[in-house]
Design a protein around this ligand. Structure first.
Ligand code: ATP
Length: 229
């Protein structure tokens, strides 16, 4: 936790987890985390880089450096932290294992929320043991301007009757629900677009936090195309 957090004592803690590659972290991630925290009145949001996400190509920048950029990007933002717990794991990192750790730390009554964008949600049925995610947490899907997609049949089956219509309905239980949210500042910013811009020497101003932009430009990150696996 950070020194900025003031957890409320009149109700169970409300904790968010936003996992991702963060290759690199951008303002779409950070603004979403801030607005998610407000929309659900979360006490804290853990932003957790995955060393090697199971369903993706190898990230271009090493996990420790992505974590350092995330820390720099968050700076002193209240209620957000860069959480490096998955970096200590060997092998692929599974979100369910991370949620199980958070559940242990915050207790059975905590309202635990795994947040993800529509693009990541569209592939949720392919994750390992996706039902376990709902046994540990709520799932909150954030709409993304450039990523709208219909749910697949497998995803509809996984979601079943879990979907609720409001944050209050979600927070009535510690886990097991699904909520779709459209946050006020939906941003069409993606790490793919940023890597492409940096590779071509184009401006990334106002897409990244200043500190992340400075580090990326100074260290010439993402200047070369992705190396072959
Ligand atoms: P890439 O373009 O490399 O796929 P990304 O920009 O989607 O990267 P990730 O690190 O993969 O970034 O994203 C982590 C999580 O944040 C995912 O759940 C993703 O859907 C979500 N996310 C990323 N960008 C945004 C955005 N602009 N608005 C809302 N959610 C986002």
């Amino acid at each position: 936790m950070t020194r900025h957090d003031a957890f409320r004592t009149d109700r169970p803690p409300r904790i968010g987890m936003l996992g991702g590659t963060f290759d690199p972290v951008h303002l779409g991630h950070l603004r979403s985390a801030v607005e998610l925290r407000e929309a659900l009145a979360l006490d804290h949001v853990h932003m957790i880089p995955a060393p090697q996400p199971p369903l993706r190509d190898r990230p271009q920048v090493a996990p420790e450096q992505r974590l350092a950029l995330l820390e720099a990007g968050i700076g002193d933002t209240p209620g957000l932290s860069a959480d490096g717990r998955e970096l200590a794991r060997t092998g692929p990192s599974y979100s369910a294992d991370t949620l199980a750790e958070l559940r242990d730390e915050y207790g059975d009554a905590a309202r635990l929320v795994m947040a993800l964008g529509e693009d990541a949600f569209a592939r949720l049925a392919d994750w390992q043991g996706p039902e376990r995610l709902f046994e540990l947490a709520h799932v909150v899907v954030m709409t993304r301007p450039e990523h709208a997609a219909d749910d697949s049949a497998r995803l509809r089956e996984l979601v079943g009757a879990r979907e609720v219509a409001s944050a209050d309905a979600l927070m009535a239980a510690p886990q097991g629900g699904l909520l779709r949210v459209t946050l006020p500042s939906r941003m069409a910013i993606s790490a793919t677009g940023i890597r492409r811009r940096l590779q071509h020497g184009e401006s990334v101003r106002y897409l990244l936090p200043d500190a992340v932009e400075r580090a990326a430009v100074e260290r010439r990150l993402y200047r070369t195309p992705h190396p072959p696996r």
